[in-house]
Design a protein around this ligand. Structure first.
Ligand code: ADP
Ligand code: MG
Length: 225
């Protein structure tokens, strides 16, 4: 394993993630709970990195993996800023770029992301690059679309309906309608609500009703929610 110096510790949930310097370059060091986890993520990153949509693996040993550092804007921050400023163009661009990333994942790994978390993507040179592949597993694209929609609704900087342009653009990119994913979105929102103890069932039902009734052709859809 190459020698390195820790620059900073990055916020993470399941593993320890450090920004480090090694041989004069900034890299990311991930310390996994097990060597199996390290192997799993490294294999996916290696496949996807061929397309430029994942960081390259620089070195590894046991439960440690050194990755290329992806310099760019965190997708979650970009999304929150777009919803805060009601920037429809940015929301649609982010949705299109996310859909390209997701489709790359399906074609290169034949797997799905499973849990779309916007913190796991960096926007670099107009691409959404994934940096966390630990949850990637067997699954269907529409489940990822539903997962992304649930995440968008819950992480919009303003009200949940501020993310509707993102939601509808994402569906559009996958040639899906809201009815195709509504049950999956609902299941994910309910699962999340039971985990964090927020948002009761009535809120979720109202929210989904508003989504299904969203009319792109100029009706004041805010009145519907
Ligand atoms: N290769 C990378 N380049 C840039 N930032 C990264 C990279 N890998 C991880 N990060 C940052 O570190 C954070 C935590 O890493 P991640 O693998 O998502 O850990 P966890 O499994 O704990 O969520 C990410 O959300 C991202 O902001
Ligand atoms: Mg992560």
């Amino acid at each position: 394993m190459r020698s390195y110096e820790i620059i900073s510790i990055l916020p993470s949930k399941r593993k320890k993630v450090y920004k480090v310097e090694s041989q004069g370059e900034v890299c990311i060091l991930k310390e996994y709970e097990s060597a199996e986890d390290a192997e799993k993520e490294m294999q996916i990153a290696n496949k996807v990195a061929l397309t430029g949509y994942a960081p390259k693996v620089i070195d590894h040993q046991d439960n440690l993996v050194l990755y290329e550092h992806i310099e760019g804007e965190n997708f979650c921050e970009a999304f929150r800023f777009a919803t805060m400023t009601d920037d429809v163009e940015s929301m649609e661009l982010l949705a299109t770029r996310l859909s390209i990333f997701l489709q790359i994942i399906y074609s290169f790994t034949e797997k799905a992301v499973r849990e779309v978390d916007f913190n796991n993507y960096v926007v670099k040179d107009g691409r959404v690059v994934g940096v966390d592949f630990l949850k990637v597993d067997e699954g269907m694209p529409y489940e990822d679309v539903a997962s992304a929609i649930a995440f968008a609704l819950m992480n919009s900087a303003g009200q949940y309906y501020d993310s509707y342009h993102f939601v509808y653009k994402l569906l559009d990119c996958f040639k899906l309608d809201m009815v195709d994913v509504i049950n999956e979105v609902k299941a994910r929102l309910k699962r999340r609500a039971s985990q964090v103890g927020a948002k009761d069932d009535i809120d979720i039902d109202m929210l989904l009703e508003g989504l299904v009734n969203f009319d792109k052709k100029g009706v004041d859809w805010r009145k519907l929610v």
